[in-house]
Ligand binder design. Structure first.
Ligand code: HEM
Length: 250
């Protein structure tokens, strides 16, 4: 609670600072400025509590999750250079400068992002659900008030669904169309991750920009592994070194 109070103080100071300088956020398009400028149907702005809650969601649920997923994607693409080359060839076919959204529909980029979220899902578990009426699930009868938590990690490693599940192989997403019961990195149903579209968008844009602009090298020979971080999983340290730009390598 002390830590939460410290974070609240930081966030509230920032909200207060922006409120004092309205001219600064009129031209700026960062998320806090947009939230401050937003008005509801009655023309009312968001309260400080609402602003704080939105920022907390972005920081806690939205920042580290996507950052970890991007770390894993860069790790796999540099541990398996043949996959990176294939992705870079696909990226070379679009003019991202002319149309930044062009990368969003690239099939191999989507497959790389999906395989990254399959093999080590950042959210290993869904949030808990509580049984309301008796129900039989996969042959198990569940009584009311039973707490059920879905294991995304285990679902993503079923050999019957994902042959050779320990291998990072984006191609499987080009060959097979998985159902929401087989591939669920963002959970499922009405409480599915609210940031899903944003996170996928962010992953594609950031990965394509990094790979088009910089040549990187994995700064380790050992394999990285997932580490538990409270509700989510992170990656053991992954270090990448910049060695130039893709163009300088021809
Ligand atoms: C790669 C990135 C992300 C992953 C893997 C991820 C994963 C998940 C998972 C597994 C859940 C639980 C869903 C369920 O129980 O069915 C969840 C919930 C949630 N996520 Fe994400 N998430 C990501 C990014 C984000 C972002 C960017 C935001 C916000 C901008 C966000 C906000 C939330 C919120 C608010 C919930 C709770 C939804 C509810 O209970 O109704 N997440 N996420």
């Amino acid at each position: 609670m002390r830590r939460r109070a410290a974070i609240d103080a930081l966030i509230n100071d920032e909200i207060e600072r922006r409120r004092r300088q309205p001219e600064a956020f009129e031209v700026s398009s960062d998320i806090l400025s947009l939230l401050l400028a937003a008005r509801d149907e009655q023309g009312q702005p968001m309260t400080d509590q609402e602003l704080r809650d939105e920022l907390m969601t972005l920081l806690v649920a939205g920042h580290e999750t996507t950052a970890t997923a991007l770390t894993w994607a860069l790790y796999w693409l540099h541990r398996r250079p043949e996959l990176r080359l294939r992705l870079q060839q696909e990226l070379a076919g679009v003019d991202a400068a002319a149309d930044p959204t062009a990368v969003l529909s690239l099939p191999y980029l989507a497959a790389v992002c999906n395989e990254t979220l399959r093999i080590y899902p950042v959210g290993m578990l869904t949030f808990p659900r509580v049984v309301r009426r008796p129900v039989t699930l996969a042959g198990q009868r569940l009584e009311p008030d039973t707490l059920v938590i879905g294991s995304i990690y285990l679902a993503h490693r079923r050999p019957a669904v994902y042959p050779d599940p320990e291998t990072f192989r984006p191609e499987r997403f080009l060959e097979t169309s998985y159902s929401p019961y087989e591939f669920l990195p963002f959970g499922g149903g009405s409480r599915r991750c609210i940031g899903m579209a944003f996170a996928q968008y962010e992953m594609k844009v950031v990965l394509s920009r990094i790979l088009s602009r910089a040549s990187l090298e994995l700064d380790a020979t050992h394999a990285a592994h997932p580490v538990r971080r409270g509700l989510t999983s992170g990656a053991s340290p992954v270090r990448l070194r910049r060695t130039g730009s893709p163009h300088s390598q021809g």
